[in-house]
Design a protein around this ligand. Structure first.
Ligand code: TRP
Length: 375
């Protein structure tokens, strides 16, 4: 190994462990606030990449957790890429499921939520060969020990029970680095749990330039991607007070009708105290419903609870149902229209894929030159 190359075995563990430490989280949070200010002033300084796995339907957690913020940043003028991470679906499951329907349903949700395909590039992993090819040089820059220590790989591995870990699950942080770096994104909106991925991405970017360094070291091939942490943890639970889970049937999906939504909320768990309060620790189920109404009404949950007073679980559910259904009505109306036009949805995806391919091809060309493989 050449002496100019840092040994991934030596520094990676430290960096990755650091990324989850309190001090580092505080730094990242402070930096996110700074980035938010910069975004308002100079949105064109940023290229953002985010994405979703097409494993199910988007729900109200996604709506408040990521969709509204993507739309906001897109409308500020941030150059935005959204990956529909279809290859990530097979990291920890055997089959792809009804992947085609799910991909188109994601596109529908995005557009209905306000993602504008003339401003945002929506693309699928599997359609971008050059993105996937970046995985090869990137894999040479990480060690298996480093990957095994990755907290997200660990937790996903644990969630799959006794299933042996696939090579793709082990290496998917590297693939995710390719998602981010193929378009040289410098901004990635994430939750806390995804920070180790971003640290891994920065390591790969840095090591690439250290190992294959270009003639102009102050102009690295890849930027250091920064996290944009969500402003507040929008901790929405399922209607039974448990974690949202499709199999539990406790999730309000964007694509549901107003009736389906009402039925689901009717079944929601409350408690026997008719006096409504917002106390997430003491009364998680009731507080979750209060919070949901407050989010859609753009009000403080404490005020919403106070106003409900002694109206009991029935009154609370009535308010939540109205707030959710009214809040989502415009999105759902657009969604219903879009759903009728599969040709358009596929055109949007084809155009996004064409753009992503252009960008990926250009980056791979640079990588080839850096690696002296431009023949
Ligand atoms: N891992 C993300 C998820 O579980 C999806 C994703 C794929 C992603 N590639 C990404 C997110 C790159 C941010 C950046 O939904």
């Amino acid at each position: 190994m050449s002496t100019t190359v840092e040994n991934p075995n030596v520094d990676a563990g430290d960096d990755l462990a650091q990324s989850t430490s309190d001090a580092s989280l505080a730094r990242t949070t402070a930096r996110s606030a700074e980035i938010r200010r910069q975004l308002e002033v100079d949105p064109s300084a940023f290229r953002m990449l985010t994405g979703d796995r097409p494993t199910g339907n988007l729900h109200i957690g996604h709506y408040f957790g990521s969709l509204t913020s993507r739309v906001h940043l897109q409308n500020l003028g941030v150059d935005t890429f959204v990956v529909i991470a279809d290859y990530q679906v097979i990291t920890d499951r055997d089959g792809v499921g009804p992947i085609r329907e799910r991909v188109l349903s994601l596109v529908t949700d995005y557009l209905a939520a306000g993602i504008d395909p003339t401003k945002t590039t929506i693309f699928t992993h599997s359609s971008i060969p050059a993105l996937n090819q970046l995985m090869l040089p990137f894999l040479s820059l990480v060690t298996d020990a480093e990957l095994r220590r990755n907290p997200t790989v660990k937790s996903e591995f644990d969630a799959t029970g006794d299933r042996p870990m696939s090579g793709l699950l082990l290496t998917y942080p590297v693939h995710q680095a390719a998602d981010i770096l193929f378009c040289k994104a410098n901004l990635v909106p994430v939750g806390k749990d995804q920070l180790p991925h971003l640290e891994q991405t920065r390591l790969i970017a840095r090591r690439f330039d250290e190992r294959y360094g270009r003639a102009v070291p102050e102009r690295p091939v890849f930027p250091a991607a920064e996290a944009l942490l969500s402003l507040r943890a929008v901790n929405i639970l399922g209607m039974d007070g448990a974690k949202m889970s499709k199999s539990k049937g406790n999730v309000i999906e964007l694509r549901m009708t107003a009736d389906e939504t009402a039925k689901l909320i009717k079944k929601a768990v409350t408690d026997s105290d008719r006096h409504i309060t917002y106390e997430p620790d003491k009364r998680p189920e009731v507080s979750n419903l209060v919070n949901l109404a407050a989010l859609f009404l753009e009000r403080d949950p404490v005020d919403v609870a106070a106003e409900l007073g002694d109206s009991g679980g029935g009154g609370l559910k009535k308010l939540v149902t109205e707030a959710v259904n009214e809040g989502l009505a415009p999105l759902r109306a657009r969604r219903a229209e879009l759903e009728q036009d599969e040709t358009y949805l596929r055109q949007v995806l084809a155009a996004g894929n064409a753009k992503a391919n252009e960008v990926a091809d250009a980056t791979l060309d640079e990588v080839r030159v850096a690696m002296q493989m431009a023949y």
